[in-house]
Write a protein that binds this ligand. Structure first.
Ligand code: 9MR
Length: 354
C-alpha cells in the first residue's frame, strides 16, 4: 500500500511512540541463530579489528559459517605500500581466524574499477600486463586452499545500466577483455576456488540487471571460467515488491551458483518529505528482506552458494561509519547490542518459506 501524503504528514506524531529510539523500545524479536536455518552457508563481512571484539566473535560464532573480508583483501589494503611491497597482515589474520573457527572464506575482491589506479599509474604495455597477472597470481595463489571462492571482478557495469564502466583496466584490455583476463588468471592461480562476478542493483535497476545477464552470457560464450553470480543485494525499503524475486529467477537460468553476497537494507530514503516512522520503515524493510530470503530458498540446492550479510550489527555497517552515520539506520540483522532486529526475523521467515 502506498501511503497518501496526508498519512505521511500525520505519521511522525502518531507513531513516535513506536520508534525504536523512543523511551519504550520494542522487545527484540525472538529469532533462532541464522546459521542453522539458512539453506546455504550464512556469511558476514568481517574487518580484522572485529576479531578483537568478543561480542562480535560470539555473535559470529552463533550465526555464521562463512566470512568475506570487507576491505582488507582489496588492493586498497594489499597495495597500500605499492606493488612492490604487498601487505597481507590483516588479510592473513582474517584467513587464520576463519580457519581456526571452521568458517569458510570468500575472497573479495581481485579486480575492481575503483581500486588500483594509483599503484598501476606508472605502468604501461608489458609491464602493466606483468603487474596485472602478477597481482592475481600472488593474491589468489597466497589464499589457494584457504578460500572457498573469489569475487574475481567487482561492479563492472554502469549505474544506469547503459553499458560497461570505463576504468584503468578496461583502458588496456577492453570492457570484456579485462574481465576475461582476470578470470583466466584467477583460474590458473587457484584451480579449486569458485570464481564469481559480483554486482549490485541488478534487481532494482532493470537496465542494469539486463546488462549483467548479457555480460554473463557473453563471458560464458567465449569460455570464461566464470562459475558463480554475486548478487550484492544492497537493498532499500522502496524497491518494488516482486522485483527481487523476479531477478533471482532470471539469474538462476544460467544454472550457476548464486551468492547473495553483501545484503543490507537501509531505512533511509532520498525524499526529504518522507516522514514515515522508524516502525513503518522497518515493516517495509522486513518485506524486502523476506522476499530475498524466500527467493534464495526457492533456488535449486546446487545453486545456493551462500547468503552473506554486509555486517552483523547495525553499528558495523558502512552506512553507520563517519559522516554517513545518522545514528538511526538499521540496515543489518542485529542491533548495536547484538540483539536480533526485525531484519533477522524477516530472514528466518523467508528461509522458512514465509
Ligand atoms: O563496506 C565497505 C567499506 O568498509 C569500504 O570502505 C568500501 C571501500 O573498500 O567498500 C565497502 O564495501 C563495498 C564492497 O566492497 C563492494 N560493494 C559495495 C560495498 C559497500 O560500499
Amino acid at each position: 500500500m502506498t501511503p497518501t501524503r496526508r498519512t505521511l504528514l500525520a505519521a511522525p506524531l502518531a507513531l513516535a511512540a513506536c520508534d525504536r529510539f523512543a523511551s519504550a523500545e520494542p522487545t527484540p524479536p525472538n529469532v533462532p541463530p541464522l546459521k542453522p536455518i539458512s539453506p546455504a552457508p550464512f556469511g558476514t563481512a568481517i574487518k580484522a579489528l572485529q576479531i578483537d571484539d568478543p561480542d562480535w566473535v560470539a555473535l559470529a560464532r552463533a550465526n555464521v559459517s562463512q566470512l568475506t573480508p570487507e576491505w582488507e583483501m582489496k588492493m586498497e589494503y594489499i597495495l597500500a605500500n605499492g606493488l612492490d611491497r604487498p601487505n597481507f597482515d590483516r588479510s592473513d589474520r582474517i584467513a587464520a581466524f576463519a580457519q581456526a573457527e571452521g568458517m569458510a572464506l570468500h575472497g573479495h575482491t581481485l579486480i575492481w574499477y575503483s581500486q588500483g589506479k594509483e599503484a598501476f599509474a606508472s605502468l604501461s604495455g608489458a609491464a602493466f600486463d606483468r603487474a596485472f597477472d602478477g597481482y592475481i597470481a600472488t593474491v589468489a595463489g597466497r589464499y589457494r586452499g584457504k578460500v572457498r571462492s573469489w569475487d574475481v571482478v567487482n561492479e563492472p557495469i554502469l549505474d544506469d545500466g547503459s553499458g560497461m564502466r570505463d576504468c584503468h583496466w578496461s583502458a588496456r584490455y577492453g570492457h570484456d577483455g579485462y574481465i576475461l583476463r582476470a578470470f583466466e588468471q584467477a583460474r590458473a592461480a587457484d584451480p579449486e576456488a569458485v570464481l564469481f562476478l559480483n554486482e549490485y542493483n541488478q534487481e532494482s535497476v532493470p537496465a542494469k540487471g539486463a546488462q549483467f545477464l548479457k555480460l554473463v552470457e557473453r563471458l560464458l560464450k567465449v569460455g570464461c571460467p566464470l562459475q558463480g553470480l554475486g548478487l550484492q543485494s544492497h537493498l532499500w525499503i522502496d524497491i518494488q515488491p516482486g522485483v527481487i524475486a523476479a531477478f533471482m529467477r532470471e539469474a538462476a537460468q544460467f544454472g550457476l551458483p548464486i551468492h547473495v553476497s553483501e545484503l543490507d537494507c537501509t531505512l533511509r530514503t532520498e525524499d526529504r518529505l518522507d516522514f514515515r516512522s522508524q516502525a513503518e520503515r522497518l515493516t517495509a524493510q522486513s518485506a524486502r528482506v523476506a522476499e530475498l530470503a524466500r527467493a534464495f530458498a526457492a533456488l535449486p540446492r546446487a545453486q545456493q552458494f551462500a547468503f552473506t550479510v554486509w555486517g552483523l550489527r547495525d553499528t558495523d555497517s558502512w552506512y553507520r561509519q563517519g559522516d554517513k552515520d545518522d545514528g538511526k539506520d538499521e540496515p543489518l540483522p542485529f542491533d548495536s547490542f547484538g540483539r536480533p532486529n526485525p531484519m533477522a526475523a524477516a530472514l528466518a521467515a523467508g528461509f522458512g518459506g514465509q
